[in-house]
Design a protein around this ligand. Structure first.
Ligand code: 4AD
Length: 456
């Protein structure tokens, strides 16, 4: 269907007096005695183009003024009073009628209401802006890594090992369990892959395989978590960016993470000015300034042990008591990121017992070379570490955790054959999107959110 994108037309005054065809959905319409006005949006920009219909002409426009109707409009481009292009309609074709029960009749609906109609909420300004920022952010991630010689690899989504060793995987099966199997082992042997499999919680272990040959790699794809976390920050299916770097120690990993976040946010600010103004006005006052400050300052760094001291000295009444060895809860993370630092901060060197088996053990025997990046408002957006590259230490740790070494033979081989210091991190793509847009619920930055008890 030959037509122009509204994004390319609306600001281009060189088009004045030329014939233009645009398509889109009616966002608002006004009717008066002699003229009717339609605000048309085609999704390419937040801006609506104004269509002017001279009611004394013989243009047929039927139900074209109804909200949600899809139209093709042919006409002459003219300059509007705001200095943009509007179109004096010469022919209007209704592509799809939209009856009055179309639910998006009001100017502003609550996000909760819009969540009940994921197939239509995409037509609102909020989701128009969210998905454009999401797309720009995804492109920026690829460009960032590609420009630094990272290779994009695709790790498997179906896996026989649980990367984090935490047993929170969705099972993948083609047969249901029944009494006809003597035991679980026999059931799994009869299943599609002949063993227990699930959806991957992280591409890291395979990412390490690639990095210890290709040097620097990144993955960017979905990860799945079957944890029962019904919070505004958790999805059962989220997009995960996981770089893995050979010949790197923890400080190198943190530097990469900081550079990536700053580049991506810088790109969003420069490529999506209209969308960012919208989020600043409607979701988080001061958002643009917050992001500009973030990218022009160094991220904070604090060890877990220091963080525990800060929390203890805070005089705050936390719901979860603070003791060295405890996992940091959201309330603790928020205090550190918002009250103590009021900026992005890496918390490093966590106790071994609360982190994954693969993290490099520090010389103190108690902590591992791990780091989480916390940001005000959202909390953790990155988790990463240097990996244990010493075969004996890794095996000892896995045995101590009762892990089945057979399942990790490939992984252990990497430590046998030319092992190198290496590390990486995982960025929750939707969490970064929340931070950049000020949208406070992860369900509202995802086309079809999958959360515990909810799928559509
Ligand atoms: O901290 P996590 O669990 O780390 C890993 O998966 C490592 N294997 C990463 C690595 O070193 N390659 O997850 C990394 C990030 C978190 O910081 C968070 O931003 C995001 O993934 N994340 C989630 N995002 C949305 N919903 C969930 N359920 C998430 N779980 C983790």
């Amino acid at each position: 269907m030959k037509h122009r994108d509204i994004k390319d037309v609306i600001g281009d005054l060189s088009l004045v007096n030329s014939d233009i065809t645009v398509c889109g959905w009616v966002r608002t319409a006004r009717d008066s005695k002699n003229v009717a006005f339609i605000e048309l949006n085609d999704g390419t920009t937040l801006k609506h183009i104004q269509i002017v219909i001279d009611k004394n002409s013989d243009i047929e426009y039927g139900n074209a003024l109804r909200l949600g109707t899809s139209l093709k409009v042919e006409g002459k481009a003219v300059e509007s009073r705001q200095g943009t292009i509007e179109i004096n309609a010469e022919k209007i074709t209704v592509l799809g009628e939209c009856p009055l029960e179309y639910p998006l009749q009001k100017k502003r609906h609550t996000l909760e209401f819009l969540r009940t109609m994921p197939h239509l909420r995409t037509r609102t300004n909020t989701f128009n802006a969210v998905f454009r920022v999401r797309s720009v952010m995804a492109d920026a991630i690829h460009r960032h890594f590609q420009s630094r010689n990272f290779i994009y690899v695709n790790t498997p989504l179906i896996t026989a090992s649980d990367c984090e060793g935490a047993g929170e995987m969705f099972q993948v099966t083609t047969i249901g369990y029944s009494d006809k199997y003597k035991n679980q082992d026999e059931y799994y042997q009869n299943d599609f892959f002949g063993c227990k499999t699930g959806l991957s919680v992280s591409g890291q272990l395979e990412g390490e395989v690639a990095a210890t040959a290709l040097g620097k790699i990144y993955t960017f794809g979905p990860s799945f978590r079957a944890e029962n976390s019904n919070t505004p920050r958790h999805l059962a299916e989220f997009w995960h960016v996981e770089p893995e770097i050979a010949f790197a120690e923890l400080p190198d990993v943190l530097e990469e993470a900081e550079d990536m976040i700053k580049f991506v946010i810088g790109e969003v600010l420069s490529k999506c000015p209209e969308e960012m103004k919208f989020f600043d006005a409607h979701f988080e006052n001061g958002l643009i300034e917050k992001l500009e400050t973030l990218i022009s300052n160094e991220f904070g760094r604090v060890s877990y042990t220091e963080a525990i001291e800060l929390l203890k000295k805070s005089g705050m009444e936390f719901r979860y008591p603070v003791e060295w060895g405890c996992d940091l809860q959201t309330e603790h993370e928020r205090y550190i990121a918002e009250t103590v630092f009021n900026k992005a901060v890496f918390v490093t060197d966590y106790p071994k017992a609360i982190k994954s088996f693969y993290m490099k053990q520090n010389d103190d025997g108690k902590t591992v070379a791990a780091a989480d990046l916390l940001v005000p408002g959202v909390g953790e957006i990155i988790g990463g570490s240097e990996r244990e590259a010493d075969y004996d230490k890794l095996v000892a740790e896995m045995k101590a955790r009762g892990m089945n070494l057979e399942l990790y033979k490939d992984y252990l081989d990497l430590r046998k054959f030319g092992s190198v210091p290496h590390g990486g991190f995982g960025l929750g793509f939707e969490r970064l999107l929340m931070y950049c847009t000020g949208v406070s619920n992860i369900r509202d930055v995802t086309l079809y959110p999958r959360t515990v008890g909810s799928i559509r």
